[in-house]
Design a protein around this ligand. Sequence first.
Ligand SMILES: Cc1cc2nc3c(=O)[nH]c(=O)nc-3n(C[C@H](O)[C@H](O)[C@H](O)COP(=O)(O)OP(=O)(O)OC[C@H]3O[C@@H](n4cnc5c(N)ncnc54)[C@H](O)[C@@H]3O)c2cc1C
Ligand SMILES: NC(=O)c1ccc[n+]([C@@H]2O[C@H](COP(=O)([O-])OP(=O)(O)OC[C@H]3O[C@@H](n4cnc5c(N)ncnc54)[C@H](O)[C@@H]3O)[C@@H](O)[C@H]2O)c1
Length: 470
Amino acid sequence: MADEFDVVVVGAGPAGENVAGRAVRGGLSVAVVEEELAGGECSYWACIPSKALLRPVDLVAEVGRVPGLETGPIDTAAVLARRDEAVSHLDDEGQVGWIEGLPAEFVRGRGKLDGPKVVGVTARDGSVRTLRARHAVVLATGSRPVFPEVPGLAEARPWTSREATAVREVPRRLVVLGGGVVACEMAQALHGLGAREVTLLVRGGSLLGRVEPFAGELVAESMRASGIDVRTRAEVTRVERPTPGGPVTVHLADGESVEADELLVATGRAPATGDVGLASAGLPEHGPVKVDDSMRATGVDGGWLYAVGDVNGRALLTHMGKYQARVCGDVIVARAKGEPDDLPALRAVADGYGPPQVVFTDPQVCAVGRTEEAARAEGFDVRVVEYDLGSVSGAYLLGDDYRGRAKAVVDERRRVLLGVTFAGPGVAELLQAATVAVVAEVPLDRLWHAVPAFPTVSEVWLRLLEEYGL
Ligand SMILES: Cc1cc2nc3c(=O)[nH]c(=O)nc-3n(C[C@H](O)[C@H](O)[C@H](O)COP(=O)(O)OP(=O)(O)OC[C@H]3O[C@@H](n4cnc5c(N)ncnc54)[C@H](O)[C@@H]3O)c2cc1C
Ligand SMILES: NC(=O)c1ccc[n+]([C@@H]2O[C@H](COP(=O)([O-])OP(=O)(O)OC[C@H]3O[C@@H](n4cnc5c(N)ncnc54)[C@H](O)[C@@H]3O)[C@@H](O)[C@H]2O)c1
């Protein structure tokens, strides 16, 4: 027998949970299908545990910059215990309770589209329940790590971000493949927590390829200074692990090789489609589910399918997935009730600005909007202003040898900011001001009157505007 709901959400990560919350708030009945843990990757194996592991490492670095203070060695067992608390010991009772309290129906099992507005849910015991949606089905199935095709790599059973964030015993020697956010954050976390030899193998010429190049350079410089071996233009040709769980050897194109106790592969993620029945909605089986700004999948007859979060490939970030989810839930409510569905709050336009993101390395990197390269490629009349963060009084007072930089990308025609990037210790909290300035397109002549307090790091805003000529 089919169970009928107004909305069926597949995937209870941050994106799926938020769609459910908004749809119920709008008066609709909702079923949420989850095959693993309510809360998704973010809560148990991504954002939350990685930041719990990074926090003490970051603090030690901060304290080390202030003369007269020192810390003892990090008690790794205590850090891992706090991480376990942060991930609720992999128990989703609290999040299931939140979903049921909305109220919405929580259905544990693997969801698969089975024709228009129909989702089949296979439970662990193999039983199948069919859910029918009166108005919409929302895919919020997230993403999965992707491995490069390297001989011996899969057989070596390397760590993904899951094993790295769930670490129980920090390996003495660690090789990390990749130079993106996961690679940088986890290399620093595990190095700080006791991995003596950490080697980062980066395919390209720099770290954090999606942000302004200077930010990746500052992170690489800091890693090298702390003893992490950062190798750029490293091409892995072969991996060997003769004994399962034993040492692993990574061979490189230049003839060198690196031996370690563990290998972490952090070479990106792909949308979790492929086995969610997209063909039954008339869509390609693989790749991201393409959506419009209301999060409705394009190319589906009847317009009943939506996709939010990592699975639509727009911005693989929790806050952006949740933002899309709020828009999506509200749009579904408006359409179900026959109300206007094109109000300004009902379109996820922020995706187009370049999403705000913080990389929690030491130094931290945060950015919003377009990089200089992206802005030029889009044909804007670009002017760039940069400033050495270490010269700002507020930053100097945070600690000795404060190294950091700020860069603003200006649209000269309209005299508004297209993008802002900060790299330096403790800059994460500068990001929201930048996001407001970029998204609200605040004219620089108006921004001039937003006076930063002395002596804070935010004084860099004043310096950037002075560099610009104000
Ligand atoms: C190590 C790491 C650190 C990160 N740190 C940050 C950070 O600091 N800040 C940030 O903004 N982002 C961070 N991210 C990215 C962030 O984790 C993702 O963007 C976010 O989890 C996406 O949310 P989501 O709801 O789309 O998907 P997910 O969190 O992946 O949730 C999807 C859910 O759907 C379920 N599911 C999948 N298929 C099915 C199915 N067929 N049936 C039923 N259920 C299904 C899954 O079990 C899962 O629970 C990090 C990622 C990683 C890997
Ligand atoms: N603090 C945060 O906000 C945070 C933290 C972690 C992850 N995330 C998100 O999770 C997503 C996944 O992160 P990620 O670091 O896995 O992906 P990524 O796309 O950021 O980085 C992938 C890295 O792997 C490299 N790479 C790709 N193919 C390779 C190959 N064949 N050989 C060698 N190197 C290769 C790329 O050059 C790049 O450096 C990102 O989109 C990120 O936004 C966010």
